[in-house]
Design a protein around this ligand. Structure first.
Ligand SMILES: [Cu+2]
Length: 172
């Protein structure tokens, strides 16, 4: 809403000699507030793991979340790090774990000041490592608990009948 208000309150340029300039300005003014209304807000992460140069290099190195939640890794160090949960890329098989049937994932290089997010949609034990520092024991774990039975039932119902479920959530 602030974007829309800011644009509406922006005074027209004083000089309007070229009609072509004017048309372009009106067009962008019409598009900008529309984009602000359509873009949904990004859901925030449930847990934040810092990637740092001192032990534990993933801090905290064990995180417990529930299915559907997101972890964000933030590189607060001076070198690049990564988050790799892919058995094919590990030097030691015991450094990595994925629940059966879950696709491997990898952040690629996360530069200093950068971050990476992953949303966990399957319960289980995820053990991951840093591609550059597996040898330095830069290892982490995410334990993803299944939804409690009542929440799982509600989620299934919401998927089957999105409209009525959304209405119910709005009730106090
Ligand atoms: Cu690293």
């Amino acid at each position: 809403m602030f974007t829309l208000a800011a644009i509406l309150l922006t005074p027209f340029p004083a000089a309007r000699a070229n009609p072509l300039d004017d048309a372009t300005a009106n067009q962008s003014a019409a598009i900008a507030p529309l984009a602000a209304v359509i873009t949904p807000p990004l859901p925030g992460p449930t847990a934040i793991v810092k990637m740092q140069d001192d032990d534990p290099m993933y801090s905290p190195n064990i995180v417990k979340i529930t299915v559907g939640q997101t972890v964000e890794w933030r590189n607060t160090s001076d070198v690049s790090h990564s988050v790799v949960d892919d058995p094919a890329k590990a030097d030691r098989a015991s450094d990595v774990a994925l629940p059966r049937g879950v696709k491997p994932f990898s952040s690629g290089n996360v530069m200093p000041g950068g971050s990476y997010r992953h949303t966990f949609t399957q319960p289980g034990d995820y053990r991951y490592f840093c591609w550059s520092h597996e040898v330095d024991k830069m290892l982490g774990e995410v334990i993803v608990k299944p939804l409690p039975p009542s929440a799982a039932a509600a989620a299934a119902q919401a998927q089957a009948r999105p409209w009525s479920a959304r209405e119910r959530q709005r009730d106090p």
